[in-house]
Design a protein around this ligand. Structure first.
Ligand SMILES: [Zn+2]
Length: 154
């Protein structure tokens, strides 16, 4: 194991990540930018990388397109799927990296998926960035007010 891998899993680093619950960190932003390089977007050429902080851990995803366009999946949803696969479901922060200027906010579908895993959407920071260093930021509650949740189901 390389030392950089060991650093990412050290208890000190994990505690530092837990402390920054409501703001994106340089690490979260870098992971989203790095992920973006791996996006599979041969049709739109709109490459997206996402990094989500869930229970103090970072998970990444990219958009994965398909020749049958509606089957494409957004980067944010793939990052959430990775978090769920690890057993983590407490969403704390999200960074979405695109090449757009100004940086693109998550689509409506992803906002709803993110909401599913946010205990308090007013405390989940969503940050949109691009490689030029531009950024926009909101809480999940701002992007999806009066959201629908499982609490409303019988
Ligand atoms: Zn989306």
């Amino acid at each position: 194991m390389k030392s950089s891998s060991a650093d990412k899993t050290s208890p000190i680093k994990a505690r530092e990540r837990m402390r920054s619950l409501t703001k994106s960190t340089p690490e979260l932003e870098q992971r989203a930018l790095d992920a973006r390089d791996k996006a599979y977007a041969p049709y739109s050429k709109f490459h997206v990388g996402a990094a989500v902080q869930v229970n103090g851990h970072i998970f990444t995803g990219v958009n994965v397109e398909n020749a049958s366009y509606p089957l494409s999946v957004c980067a944010e949803r793939n990052a959430i799927a990775a978090a769920v696969m690890s057993g983590k479901v407490g969403l704390e922060a999200v960074v979405v990296a695109t090449g757009a200027s100004p940086p693109s906010a998550p689509c409506g579908g992803c906002r709803q998926v993110l909401r599913e895993f946010a205990a308090d959407p007013a405390k989940v920071r969503i940050t949109a960035i691009n490689p030029a260093g531009e950024r926009r930021s909101w809480t999940l509650a701002q992007l999806l007010p009066d959201s629908f949740t499982g609490k409303e189901l019988p």
